[in-house]
Design a binder for this molecule. Structure first.
Ligand code: MOS
Length: 697
């Protein structure tokens, strides 16, 4: 139990400190970093999905006016570490997926670099590739663990026996699509080696973590971390795709090493991002529910099949939320992977929880229908007293309150039993639960200093649009007991103390804990009347960490869907969420996170879909003309509310993390609303009109 920090600055809807610079265009992003005489890199990508590069004819590129360097797997320097296949850029002639990096051209302008890269002739020994995910492949395998270190499989009781004897049972297969993160700012870097050539490296990189990026690059190039500086004050979105470095960062660093003293810039094109920057694996989820007539679950199980690349494993933890959401004495979760000749999947906003709250939350809706029960009520009767997975008590769990308040705000009572028609439109309501674990990373350090009469907190944190620039001063001010206007923060640079990745909705929890620790050290050392230059440091691992409770944020999402009776067109005029996510440190930036996540969930439900062409081994709609992300015209009224939740176990701020929970459950709520409107049950995302139309009356 922690004595929560007294909220004074925390809880205020302060405007974003970085807002003005962004609006005025003075916020400098990685690619725009002003450097003298930059050169520009453009990648050469594999045009086969599997095979070997047998030759690269670079003569035309090399003689082109303005071309400075051409690198291939045959000419690039050997890297110090090739342990991580994704980072072993230009180290092998092996081609493991279409779009893989096989070369780079550096030139005086980006146009020349691109044109020259296009003239590079690559010959291949092409092999037949295998890029079809299906649940009945005979080569599915169980990974050693799934993302975030969770066990691959869990089992409690006897699901098969409970299914066989249940009064009501459901077994259905649900599918989520392949999705690409698609932040507005592409993956971009300005890389500069000092003129000595083997000395100091500076990377202005668009990243969710300057220290994790530095650690990766140092390892790959065999450098001491002190030899590398990574700078990133602003990020134009990441959604997880900038949470781990991708091959583009190694490529531009390699390219710049060939031109010591000269900065080299690389921004991936939108099309390149579809094979090089990670994506959310498609999932196939077989869900099993057994219940008695009152709706109490006797069994809940999910068997997940998903893909990874053949050369680097990423195992999305899709089954994990089913382990703890609802009370059922018999439970099973499994994950099986198909290793395919496909680009390498990775983190995308709420990996695991986002796809994993689709199948089960639709299945519950189907079960409610079978039982003739309100789907809100079905969730309420299956509320577990303690975490079913760990047996630990909850640090706080207010899912039921979210469901009740959400139902009230939404007008759920007017829902009615089924299809309602208004003119040309069928109208329906749907609900689903949301969840996201409350995490804190093991390492992060902050410094608090008194400087020119002001307090300054330094930590290498990243603000990828989430609000770190704004909420960290609020936390520091309350820890110091001063006005927030007297506090500055400096983030986004490895010159500041080590910070963990902005991922897993853990940024504020982790960095905030370190900042509070530093502020307390500062007050302990210097009292309330510090002098210029006084400085203290604090670590997150000095801050109290509770191990005895299961800590999660919860939420409930309500959707109104309208389906056109003649065309099947689907519209969502209303999306309303109520969340219980601990203390909300800044309501303004928090609302932006919640409604951003919900909107992304709506987009996942109705629009987004990386259309995989298994013959080519690539995403067919690999640009923003064809990969449709919800735009203003697709988004109606999105409302986010939250409970005033007091959780003394999570951290000294009482905060739970809010970046990802908004996207969890949303797509299920949309599908459930479409079913309520039309009677058509869609079990594979996205819900497009072709799936609904045949079932319309
Ligand atoms: Mo988020 S996908 O954990 O960066």
């Amino acid at each position: 139990m922690t004595d929560l920090l007294e909220p004074r600055a925390m809880g205020q809807s302060l405007v974003r400190r970085d807002g003005e610079a962004k609006v005025r265009g003075t916020a400098t992003y990685a690619y725009e970093t002003p450097v003298p005489a930059p050169a520009y890199a453009h990648p050469v990508q594999a045009t086969v999905a599997r095979g070997r590069v047998t030759g690269m004819d670079t003569a035309a590129a090399e003689t082109m006016d303005g071309v400075l360097v051409v690198l291939t797997p045959f000419t690039a320097e050997r890297l110090a570490s090739t342990e991580d296949w994704e980072y072993a850029v230009l180290q092998t002639d092996e081609v493991a997926f279409r779009g893989q990096l096989v070369g780079v051209v550096v030139a005086e302008t980006s146009e020349v670099a691109r044109q020259a890269a296009d003239t590079v002739r690559v010959t291949y020994d092409e092999q037949s590739h295998d890029a079809v995910l299906s649940a009945d492949r005979d080569d599915l395998y169980a990974p050693e663990q799934v993302n975030a270190g969770h066990p691959t499989d869990t089992a409690e009781g006897d699901v098969a026996a409970a299914m066989a004897t249940a009064e009501v049972r459901l077994e259905q297969t649900y599918e989520t699509a392949m999705y690409h993160n698609n932040p507005l700012e592409p993956h971009a870097t300005t890389a500069l080696w000092d003129a000595a050539g083997d000395g100091f490296l500076t990377l202005w990189d668009s990243t969710q973590g300057v220290h994790p990026a530095r650690a990766a690059v140092s390892e790959v190039f065999g450098l001491d971390e002190e030899q590398v500086r990574v700078v990133c004050p602003y990020v134009g979105g990441g959604f997880g795709s900038k949470g781990t470095p991708h091959a583009n960062l190694v490529l531009v660093t390699l390219a710049a090493r060939a031109l010591p003293g000269r900065a080299v810039k690389l921004a991936l094109t939108r099309q390149q991002m579809f094979s090089l920057a990670g994506y959310r694996t498609p999932t196939i989820q077989q869900v099993h529910l057994a219940a008695d007539r009152t709706g109490r679950l006797r069994a809940i199980a999910i068997d997940v099949v998903e893909q990874t690349s053949r050369v680097k494993e990423f195992a999305e933890q899709t089954g994990v939320p089913t382990r703890m959401m609802y009370a059922a004495p018999n439970r099973r979760t499994t994950h099986r992977l198909a290793a395919l000749d496909v680009p390498i999947p990775s983190w995308m906003r709420a990996p695991g929880e986002c796809p994993g709250m689709f199948g089960p939350e639709v299945a519950l809706d189907e079960l409610a229908e079978t039982l003739g029960m309100d789907p809100v009520q079905l969730r309420i009767v299956n509320e577990p007293e303690v975490d079913p997975d760990s047996g630990k008590p909850w640090s706080s769990r207010h899912l039921v309150e979210c469901l009740r308040e959400g139902a009230e705000r939404f007008g759920w009572d007017s829902r009615g039993p089924g299809r309602r028609r208004e003119g040309h439109w069928f109208v329906g309501y749907g609900v689903a639960s949301s969840v996201y674990p409350t995490m804190r990373q093991a390492t992060s350090t902050a410094t608090v200093r008194f400087e020119d009469g002001r307090y300054v907190a330094e930590i290498g944190a990243a603000d990828l649009g989430t609000g770190a620039w704004t909420v960290l001063p609020q936390i520091a001010a309350d820890a110091l007991g001063v006005d927030v206007g007297d506090v500055d923060v400096r983030i986004g640079d490895t010159r500041y103390p080590t910070a963990s990745v902005a991922g897993g909705s853990s940024g504020t929890n982790t960095w905030g804990s370190a900042v509070v620790q530093a502020a307390r050290e500062f007050r302990g050392k210097f009292g309330n009347d510090p002098r210029d230059g006084d400085e203290a440091t604090g670590n997150v691992d000095q801050a109290a960490m509770d191990e005895d409770h299961a800590a999660y944020a919860f939420g409930a999402q309500f959707v109104e869907a309208r389906v056109h009776a003649d065309t099947g067109e689907i519209r969502v005029p209303r999306l309303s969420g109520v969340f219980a996510a601990g203390r909300i440190i800044n309501p303004r930036t928090a609302r932006s996170q919640f409604i951003g996540g919900m909107t992304m969930g709506l987009s996942m439900a109705l629009h987004e879909n990386s259309v995989w062409d298994p013959r080519m081994g690539q995403v067919a709609n690999h640009d923003l003309a064809e990969y449709h992300i919800a735009v203003n015209a697709d988004v109606g009224d999105v409302q986010a509310h939250w409970l005033d939740e007091h959780d003394p176990y999570v951290n000294v701020m009482g905060s739970k993390g809010i970046g990802e929970i908004g996207i969890t459950g949303t797509a299920a709520a949309v599908v459930n609303a479409v079913h309520h409107a039309t009677g058509v049950r869609v079990r594979s995302l996205p819900v497009t009109l072709d799936k609904v139309l045949p079932g319309l009356p």
